[in-house]
Design a protein around this ligand. Structure first.
Ligand SMILES: [Zn+2]
Length: 182
């Protein structure tokens, strides 16, 4: 499997731990969107697309985020600590939608995405920089085909000469993913 394109849309907010949205194209024919670059305690890391997990209110069956204290639907008080814990004892609030199943592949994706992120950050310092168009987070289905354009200035097949300064540790917990304000 080749990662044939990486698109990076930088998040222009210094206070946010979310640094960029990315999409990757696999073998020129499959796109994964909503990959995020997040600033963690040990440097930046790549977060696979994920969704919040939810459960159902025992009283009315309404759907609630695991951290909700009261039911969205009936207002009933919900029990605390409904989230399962991961092996490090941290609450598991998100589940990956798409993710690599081995470390080798994870590293490959991280490396590509990290290099593209770095290149995009450099590019953004140049005058007249135009951010990449990427749909963000809205669960909208695009009406017309958005892809199939490969602008020449994409950081596509650049193999980085030097390792990115930012570390992309393998085992950042998913629940480090901050709330994303749209
Ligand atoms: Zn309820």
């Amino acid at each position: 499997m080749e990662i044939t394109e990486v698109r990076v849309k930088l998040v222009d907010n210094k206070d946010s731990r979310l640094k960029a949205f990315c999409s990757i194209t696999l073998d020129n024919e499959f796109v994964i969107r909503d990959i995020k670059i997040i600033e963690g305690g040990k440097g930046h890391f790549v977060a696979m697309p994920s969704r919040k997990m939810s459960d159902h209110c025992e009283k009315c069956g309404g759907k609630n985020h695991l951290r909700a204290k009261f039911c969205n639907n009936c207002g009933a008080r919900l029990p605390d600590n409904r989230a399962k814990k991961d092996f490090k004892g941290r609450m598991k609030l998100h589940a990956d939608i798409a993710h690599p199943i081995n470390i080798e592949c994870r590293k490959r994706i991280q490396k590509k995405v990290a290099a593209a992120f770095k290149a995009e950050v450099e590019k953004s310092k140049e005058p007249g920089y135009k951010p990449v168009e990427l749909d963000e987070l809205e669960d909208k289905v695009p009406v017309d085909e958005p892809e199939d354009k490969s602008p020449e200035d994409e950081p596509e097949d650049k193999s980085p000469e030097n390792e990115p300064e930012d570390k992309f540790p393998e085992d950042e917990p998913e629940d480090e993913v901050p709330e994303i304000v749209s």
